[in-house]
Design a protein around this ligand. Structure first.
Ligand SMILES: [Zn+2]
Length: 455
C-alpha cells in the first residue's frame, strides 16, 4: 500500500471516530455503546442490569406514533442529567427517518475540508477540540492581537472577507467588463487565483522557505486557507514567530506586484515581486522598532439585508397586509436544557390568543423554532389565512429560507415547520427587533422559569 493511500485511510479512521449519531427511528443505535446524545454516550443508572443495558436500542426509548420520548423509561434507565439531555433532543417529524452519522464540527453536519483538516492537525497535537469555538471570530481575535502593521491586518481582513478589488469582484459590481488576470491572462482573477494559483504566486511560494504548497488543499476557500496557515504558524511559533509575518509579507508583495501590473503596466516578474518582498520586510522591521498606537479593528462588512427586510415565505403564497400577526419567542437555560416557548396572536394590534409551553430543548434556536412550530400548528387548526409570524431570530429566518444552510441539531423541527406551513395559503416569517416580540418573550421566560405551560 502506498504511503499516500495509507495516510488517507488513517485519516479516514480518525475522522470516523469523531462522527456522531443523529437519531432517526432509533433502530440502528445501541444506547449503551454509541455516541447519540449530543455526541456523548449517556450513563445508565447503577441499578439497571447489564443485560438490559446492552440490548437496549434507542428505538426502545421512543413512544410509538410520533408521541415523543418515553420519559418514564428514560428516567428509569439513565442518570438525571443525561435523561434531561435526551429529552432535549428533537425526534423526527417523519416516522420513516433513519438514524445517520453526521459530522459534528460544522453546523450543517456535512463534512468540510476545513473542519476535517483542522481536526486532523488538532488530533496530531493531542488537543481536545472545543465544539463551541466559532473559528472565524477566534481567527480575528488573533489577527487583531498580532504585532504587525495595521495595514497588514486590514489587508488580511480584506482577503478573508473577499473584498479586495480583484477583477472578478469588480466585474460582479459592473465596474469593469472583464474578469481576466492581467499577470498571466487567465480568464478568472479572484483572490484564490492571485494568491495561490497564478504563476506569479506559485513562483513566490516556491521561492520562500515557508514550505507552502499553494495549490493544496484543493477545494478550500481563501478564508479557510488563510486560517489554516496562520493558525499553524501561530501554534508552532507563538505570537513572536518569524514565519507568520513572512507569510503575510509574501501575500502583500504578491498583491503589490499584481497592482503594479494592473495600474502601472510594470510587468509582474519574480524580480519585481522580490523587490516588494524586501521592501515589506523592511517596513515590518521598522514597525517593530517604533512605538505604535493600539489598533482599532473595523466592523465586519454588512452582508445581510437591512433590518426589517429579512423575511421568507412559508405558505403557498406571499402574503400582503396580513390579517393576523403572531409574535413568537423562545427561552432556554443551557445548564438544565429547560426551555420555554411563547406566542401571541394579534388582530388589529390587539392580542386575542396566546400560548406558553414548558419543554426541553437543545439550544436557544431550538426553542425559537419550536415556538414557530407551535404557532403554525395553531394557525392550521383554526383554518386561518394570511398570517405573518414575527421573530427576533435572524438565524431562524435564514435557516428556514435555505436548506443548504442548516443546523443539524434542529433539522427535524425545521422540516416540520416547512411542511406544516407549506399547507397554509399565505404565511410569512419576518425578522424584527427584540422589543417587537416582548409579549411572547415574557410568556416564554415565565414558562421556562415556572416549568408550567399555559394557554
Ligand atoms: Zn494570473
Amino acid at each position: 500500500m502506498s504511503l499516500g493511500r495509507r495516510g488517507l485511510l488513517q485519516a479516514n479512521q480518525i475522522l470516523k471516530m469523531f462522527c456522531i449519531w443523529k437519531v432517526g427511528d432509533g433502530t440502528s443505535i445501541r444506547a449503551v455503546s454509541q455516541p447519540w446524545v449530543h455526541g456523548q454516550i449517556p450513563k445508565f443508572r447503577d441499578n439497571v442490569n447489564l443485560g438490559t443495558a446492552t440490548t437496549t436500542r434507542v428505538a426502545d426509548l421512543i413512544l410509538p406514533n410520533n408521541q415523543g420520548w418515553n420519559t418514564r423509561m428514560i428516567h428509569r434507565f439513565f442518570i438525571p442529567h443525561d435523561a434531561r439531555m435526551i429529552q432535549s433532543m428533537e425526534l423526527p417529524y417523519r416516522p420513516t427517518e433513519k438514524d445517520r452519522f453526521y459530522w459534528p464540527l460544522t453546523r450543517s453536519g456535512n463534512y468540510s475540508t476545513k473542519s476535517g483538516y483542522g481536526l486532523l492537525l488538532r488530533h496530531q497535537q493531542n488537543e481536545t477540540y472545543n465544539m463551541t469555538t466559532p473559528i472565524g471570530s477566534k481567527f480575528f481575535r488573533q489577527l487583531w492581537g498580532l504585532n504587525i502593521m495595521p495595514k497588514w491586518k486590514l489587508f488580511v481582513w480584506k482577503i478573508w472577507h473577499n473584498c479586495l478589488a480583484t477583477s472578478s469582484n469588480l466585474l460582479k459590481r459592473n465596474i469593469t467588463t472583464t474578469s481576466h488576470c492581467a499577470t498571466c491572462l487567465d480568464d478568472y482573477e479572484d483572490d484564490q487565483h492571485i494568491f495561490r494559483f497564478c504563476p506569479l504566486a506559485i513562483e513566490a511560494w516556491v521561492a520562500s522557505d515557508l514550505q507552502i504548497n499553494p495549490s493544496g488543499p484543493a477545494d478550500i476557500s481563501m478564508a479557510d486557507w488563510l486560517e489554516l496557515w496562520m493558525d499553524k504558524f501561530l501554534k508552532e511559533d507563538g505570537f513572536g514567530g518569524l514565519r507568520l509575518p513572512q507569510f503575510i509579507g509574501t501575500l502583500w508583495a504578491i498583491w503589490k506586484a499584481r497592482n503594479g501590473q494592473v495600474f502601472s503596466h510594470i510587468r509582474a516578474t519574480e524580480e519585481v515581486y522580490q523587490c516588494h518582498l524586501r521592501e515589506s520586510h523592511q517596513q515590518h522591521v521598522r514597525f517593530l522598532r517604533d512605538d505604535h498606537p493600539p489598533f482599532i479593528p473595523p466592523p465586519a462588512p454588512n452582508y445581510g439585508p437591512p433590518p426589517g427586510l429579512l423575511s421568507i415565505k412559508l405558505g403557498k403564497l406571499q402574503g400582503f397586509h396580513p390579517d393576523i400577526i403572531i409574535q413568537i419567542d423562545g427561552s432556554w437555560d443551557k445548564s438544565t436544557g429547560f426551555g420555554g416557548v411563547g406566542w401571541v396572536a394579534m388582530r388589529q394590534s390587539r392580542p386575542f390568543r396566546n400560548k406558553g409551553e414548558f419543554l426541553f430543548a437543545s439550544s436557544a434556536l431550538h426553542t425559537e423554532a419550536l415556538a414557530c412550530l407551535s404557532a403554525i400548528k395553531w394557525v392550521r387548526s383554526m383554518n386561518l389565512a394570511n398570517v405573518l409570524i414575527i421573530t427576533d431570530s435572524a438565524l431562524l429566518v435564514t435557516f428556514l429560507g435555505s436548506k443548504a444552510r442548516e443546523d443539524i441539531t434542529i433539522h427535524y423541527t425545521l422540516d416540520a415547520i416547512r411542511t406544516e406551513a407549506g399547507e397554509l395559503p399565505s404565511c410569512s416569517l419576518l425578522k424584527v427587533n427584540r422589543d417587537q416580540v416582548q409579549m411572547a418573550h415574557v410568556l416564554a421566560l415565565n414558562c421556562r422559569k415556572t416549568r408550567l405551560s399555559l394557554e
